[in-house]
Design a protein around this ligand. Sequence first.
Ligand code: PMP
Length: 333
Amino acid sequence: MQGGLKPDLFAAVGNTPLIRIPRLSGALGRNILGKCEHLNPGGSVKDRAAKFIIEAAERDGSLQPGGTIVEGTAGNTGIALALLGNARGYRTIIVVPDDQAPEKFELLRIFGADVRAVPVVPFADDNNYYHVARHIAGQTRGTIWADQFNNPANKEAHYRTTGPEIWEDSGGSIDAFVSAAGTGGTYAGVCAYLKERDPRVRCVLVDPLGSSLYAYIKCGTLDVEGESVIEGIGIKRITENFKGAPADDALRVEDRAAVEMAHYLLREEGLWLGGSAALNVVAAARVSKACPAGATVVTIFGDGGARAMSRLYNEQWLAENDLTPTARGLEFL
Ligand code: PMP
């Protein structure tokens, strides 16, 4: 995203701005900084994983010219693979659970991906989108399975790029890093890098309801409570990319607070963000309150509001889901 001449689209992935959220920071007396991953070419944090996954497969020879990339994804990884794939002449087959926002399906089709919507079933069921993608890749010649959940290139992307960029842009002055996880690549990669630079950086995992990571960090179980409408984050198993990630603490954020924050950020800060970003900011604000005045807490803006237009920014959908925002200020924190 950084200005300047780039040799191709791949080189334009990453180097996103780290923005201080000024009015929120002022109200809290702490600096809340957001890494603007929605400004990547494909509009989400998943561009980084897609780039590293493609480049690793090119290096090990599994992805040949004209080859096909198969992935099971809640949407953003598929969107990133489709765009970056187009830039290198690869086809994409993207398997998506059919409860995801319609704008993500639309984008995938516009970008030329072969989109396969599948019913939402538990991971243990062979018809889960993850297994369907694995089967398609296994049965089709000339294809690779991106496998973002377990492919180490995903975490490596964040260890080698997102983490160092955050460290550099914050001047190495970070009290806490707070983020939700989907595959865990972003959280685990950034935390591993920051802890290496300064073990005092507090790494806090935030979970939506309906996910097991909170229970896993707090008590080592995979217990789940409630459910969430926030897309792209939360998981009920421990992926290879999440395994071993440092976590000083975990907290859970309810959907209502995330929706209130999404609308606050748009209205008061001019930031139009997706649900995971809004949930991350709620968590960052709550974590910051336990830090001394003037502390710096960094989080991730995973995608932008356009990916959630028909839901988080749609009055009818919000009313149907009893999520109509009502806050006038920041009382939901
Ligand atoms: N935010 C959004 C909007 C996402 O799409 C994702 C990925 N599913 C995440 C956050 C989580 O990123 P990761 O897979 O690196 O944990």
